[in-house]
Design a protein around this ligand. Structure first.
Ligand SMILES: [Zn+2]
Length: 263
């Protein structure tokens, strides 16, 4: 029996299209980039083969660079010693690395990638913090997440919430920090669409899935939250340390915005 509440709408792009759906690597699809960050979010270096080059955009057969999307900023780092400005999604399954210059690179050659770990680890801590906060706000108020921006230094979450009560929101933040001290595990796994559909409340999510998606990537904070999600997270909540609320803003009718950081 699953007793966790399921947060249905977490990441939304600027267009309002939910970013929740992810598929595991598929065999034999040549254009897809294998997402090494799904297999090990702590891998900081990797080897790959260049699949295509378009100007300064380089697509590899596999990558540890988590691309920009769904409110998360991209990783940075280097490929063959050349600066990676950002990684972006191309089409359904590919990830392109935007390089300072791709002049020295050739399709088919091997390449070594290095992730800027200090930035990436903060993104992971911020991202898991955002899931935890949204789970607690949702549990306490029923609020849904209408937008978010996860960045290394400061992040924000938008809630659809009628009340604008700073004191209460500070209490929810304290509850999040209490959860962090208990250090529950954060697990990621894939779930068949049919199985996911049986989790109470997930139907709404399923209804926005493209029809060809067979599997969802689930991120579970044990005892607190279960979400379909394609991003990078820490292994357990203790790694976050502490969430510091920075500012609460009233963004009209029923939209509340919270800024937070982690020391
Ligand atoms: Zn997420």
């Amino acid at each position: 029996m699953r007793t966790l509440s399921v947060q249905l709408v977490f990441h939304r792009s600027a267009s309002g299209k939910p970013f929740l759906v992810a598929e595991p690597p598929r065999e034999g699809v040549c254009l897809m980039t294998r997402r090494l960050f799904w297999e090990d979010a702590y891998a900081t270096e990797f080897d790959a083969t260049i699949a295509s080059i378009d100007g300064n955009q380089v697509v590899l057969d596999q990558t540890a660079f988590n691309p920009r999307g769904g409110g998360l900023v991209s990783d940075t780092g280097t490929l063959a010693g050349v600066k990676v400005l950002e990684a972006i999604k191309v089409g359904e399954d590919s990830i392109a690395h935007v390089l300072e210059s791709a002049a020295s690179l050739a399709v088919g050659s091997k390449i070594h990638g290095v992730i800027e770990w200090s930035r990436r680890h903060r993104i992971m801590r911020m991202h898991t913090s955002a899931h935890l906060l949204s789970a607690i706000f949702h549990k306490q108020t029923g609020a849904l997440i209408t937008g978010n921006q996860i960045e290394p230094e400061k992040s924000r979450i938008d809630f659809s919430l009628d009340d604008f009560d700073r004191e209460k929101m500070l209490v929810y933040c304290s509850q999040a920090n209490e959860a962090i001290t208990k250090n529950p595990l954060v697990k990621t796994y894939f779930m068949k669409r049919e199985e996911a559909l049986q989790i109470p409340g997930i139907t709404k999510l399923a209804s926005v899935m493209p029809p060809d998606v067979k599997d969802l990537r689930i991120v579970e904070i044990e005892g607190y939250d279960l979400q379909a999600d394609g991003g990078v997270h820490v292994k357990s909540l203790g790694e976050i340390g502490k969430i510091e609320p920075l500012k609460f803003e009233n963004k009209g009718k029923s939209n509340r915005r919270m800024y937070f950081t982690i020391p």
